[in-house]
Design a protein around this ligand. Structure first.
Ligand code: NDP
Ligand code: OXD
Length: 314
């Protein structure tokens, strides 16, 4: 039984080695060295080129190599009935939570100001505030959003989440659906996006959204942290909001075009922190062990976990 990696933009040698270790009985192959396509029962992909997955007649399951599945669903030739499983793994979740907590704390503790002062040898002791003075609002209260919300709550921030369906997370206020978006924004000083890329979330972070955010926080203007997907943000609107003082600062891990082109104004904007889609990297050993476990479940007749709902798009 063969397993095929389809990751045209990745250097997959490590992934192949990890998968061989996790599932020694599998014949692990790496696209474009497919061999006989009829041998392939399982594939793990990221941005598969059109027709490649479709060309595997005995495929049982498609694994997304990320938590986000937009890179898979982009393939218009994807076979309609084959189940898609996405990554939901404590290692990846913890990495994302570390990133969100780190970025919230950098803004909260004004670390950028301290860094700039050190370079100029300035001993500047400025007023600080308690975590409870900042209201953090997380768009996307799935696996990643909920974990980040709990850790931020434990640090003392006032935390709320916005999702399609209502959530019950201790000490975290829940807003649900389009009808409650404005109320969620109005109480939010730090807006965090951990939304998936779907037609409904495209462009959700725009000038109108930013203008609805709270201005009552300690910085007088809100802060944006986007680690969801770049398609969710309207780049020009973020830059215009920063320049107009409607946004205090932005930390962006994801962009409409990645890698971020060298001429993007985000690179040099003084109020922007750019990180290279590294908020939560997938660790090959951990993710391959997870995939091997799902294959074992499937082969023994147990249901697959973390199935993607193609209609919802996540
Ligand atoms: P989940 O599927 O577990 O959660 C998605 C959340 O978004 C759910 O709470 C869902 O609501 C909510 N949501 C979806 N559509 C809407 C909408 N139209 N309006 C309001 N809420 C909506 O995903 P994960 O938490 O595992 O991952 C989230 C995203 O994080 C990924 O899709 C990916 O884009 C991004 N990501 C980024 C990484 C990085 O390194 N930058 C790494 C990993 C992931 P409901 O619960 O009601 O369904
Ligand atoms: C992603 C991931 O979806 O790296 O971005 O998991």
């Amino acid at each position: 039984m063969a397993f095929l990696f389809i990751t045209p933009t990745w250097d997959t040698a490590t992934w192949v080695a990890s998968m061989r270790k996790a599932a020694p009985a599998l014949d692990v192959r790496n696209w474009p060295q497919v061999g006989n396509p009829a041998d392939v029962a399982y594939t793990a992909a990221w941005l598969p080129p059109p027709d490649v997955v479709k060309g595997l007649p005995n495929l049982k399951v498609i694994f997304s190599l990320g938590a986000g599945v937009d890179a898979i669903l982009k393939d218009p030739t994807l076979p309609a009935e084959t189940p898609i499983v996405r990554v939901n793994d404590p290692d990846l979740t913890m990495r994302m939570t570390e990133y969100i907590v780190l970025q919230v704390l950098i803004h909260h503790r004004q670390q950028r100001r301290i860094d700039a002062n050190q370079r100029k040898k300035i001993w500047d002791s400025f007023p600080t505030h308690a975590a409870s003075a900042l209201s953090v609002g997380i768009m996307g209260m799935g696996v990643l959003g909920q974990d980040a919300a709990e850790k931020l709550r434990d640090l003392g921030f006032k935390v709320a989440g916005w999702s399609r369906s209502r959530k019950t997370v201790r000490g975290v206020e829940s807003f649900a659906g389009a009808a409650e978006l404005d109320a969620f924004l109005a109480r939010t000083d730090v807006l965090v996006s951990l939304l998936p890329a779907t037609p409904d979330t495209d462009g959700v972070i725009n000038r109108a959204t930013i203008r609805k955010l709270s201005r009552k926080g300690p910085f007088g203007a809100p802060i944006l942290i986007n680690a969801g997907r770049g398609r969710q943000q309207v780049g020009e609107d973020i830059l215009a909001s920063l320049d107009a003082g409607e946004l205090h600062a932005a930390t962006l891990d994801v962009f409409a075009v990645e890698p971020l082109p060298p001429d993007s104004p985000f690179w040099t904007h003084p109020k922007v922190t750019v990180t290279p889609h590294c908020a939560a990297d997938s660790d090959p050993d951990t993710i391959c062990a997870y995939i091997a476990q799902q294959i074992e479940r499937y082969e023994t007749g147990l249901p697959l976990e973390n199935l993607v709902d193609r209609l919802r798009g996540y």
